[in-house]
Ligand binder design. Structure first.
Ligand code: OGA
Ligand code: MN
Length: 290
């Protein structure tokens, strides 16, 4: 069966079938996937039973992977694990355990890694175990949001720089950081308007880590960022994915935002593995103010 790209929403989500992304892909196959990624920005691949090894191999076709884990990249891994299961025992973590706070923070609209010095091109999330109900992921198109702006508004946004700060965003859900911890997570600045280098299409880098517009008063900054988020998450710009085990989604972190939704974490098991692809230096170099 040939590789087929089937739209799930008119402009920003497509399902890709007829390809086994758990096996090495030919140049042509990956070129088709990359073109679909640029055209849509969110791709769903059903029925792909990923292992950590095959997920890394597939993800690396998009570019270099971000290390996860704290100060020492050598001891970190390339996976961000979205799960209610204790990594050692494999059993559900009690709902009031501090570790479950991270899952709550994921329920706010965000793009991955916007608070880092180098933001992310895309994430690959694979469903290894899914709850029988709940635990869907919602995604929203900041490219559709950009396209819906007036030409005047687009011009006003064109050169704005946004400060992204995870100490700020986690603070919104009750996390507290010591001055030493906060010093390891300094804010980073990125252009608000993003340009896809292959298509020239523009989008917005927003979400919960976007704290303020550089040089703007706080209230005016917040009003704009909140307004853009509301625009991006209008029903016509969003897609809700009910996971089946074996689903893989690739989302463009420059053109889409996403959030987790609740499920009964004491009753069901959920294990999702995320790899995150860096927005490479090559692309960064094309954006002078980044
Ligand atoms: C992520 C994420 C949402 C979810 O993996 O970056 O936000 O539903 N996941 O697990
Ligand atoms: Mn995320």
């Amino acid at each position: 069966m040939p590789l087929t790209v089937n739209p799930l929403t008119p402009v920003f989500v497509a399902e890709v079938t007829g390809v086994d992304i758990t096996s090495p892909l030919s140049k042509t196959e990956f070129a088709e996937i990359r073109a679909a990624f640029d055209a849509y920005s969110i791709l769903v691949f059903p029925n792909q039973q990923m292992t950590d090894e095959t997920q890394i191999a597939f993800s690396e076709r998009f570019g270099p992977l971000e290390p996860t884990g704290k100060a020492n990249p050598a001891t970190g891994t390339v996976f961000a694990r979205q799960s209610n299961l204790d990594i050692k025992t494999g059993e559900p973590i009690p709902a009031d355990d501090r570790r479950m706070w991270y899952q709550k923070a994921n329920m706010l609209w965000h793009a991955d890694s916007t608070f880092k010095k180098v933001s992310s091109l895309c994430s690959v999330l694979s469903a290894r175990e899914v709850p029988a109900e709940g635990g869907a992921t919602e995604l929203a198109s900041t490219r559709a949001a950009y396209d819906s702006l007036t030409e005047d508004k687009k011009a006003e946004l064109e050169d704005l720089i946004v400060e992204h700060d995870i100490v700020y965003s986690r603070g919104l859900v009750g996390f507290e950081y010591s001055p030493e911890e906060a010093a390891e997570l300094p804010p980073n600045r990125h252009r608000l308007v993003r340009v896809n280098r292959n298509t020239g299409r523009k989008s917005l880098l927003i979400g919960v880590h976007a704290k303020e517009i550089v040089g703007w008063p706080w209230a005016k900054s917040r009003a704009l960022l909140d307004d853009l988020l509301a625009r991006a998450t209008r029903p016509e710009n969003t897609y809700r994915h009910e996971w089946r085990s074996g689903d893989v989604i690739v989302w463009d972190n420059q053109a889409a935002i996403h959030r987790a939704t609740p499920y009964d974490t004491e009753r069901y098991r959920r294990l999702m593995q995320r790899t995150t692809i860096s927005y490479s230096e090559e692309m960064k170099a094309m954006e002078s103010a980044d």
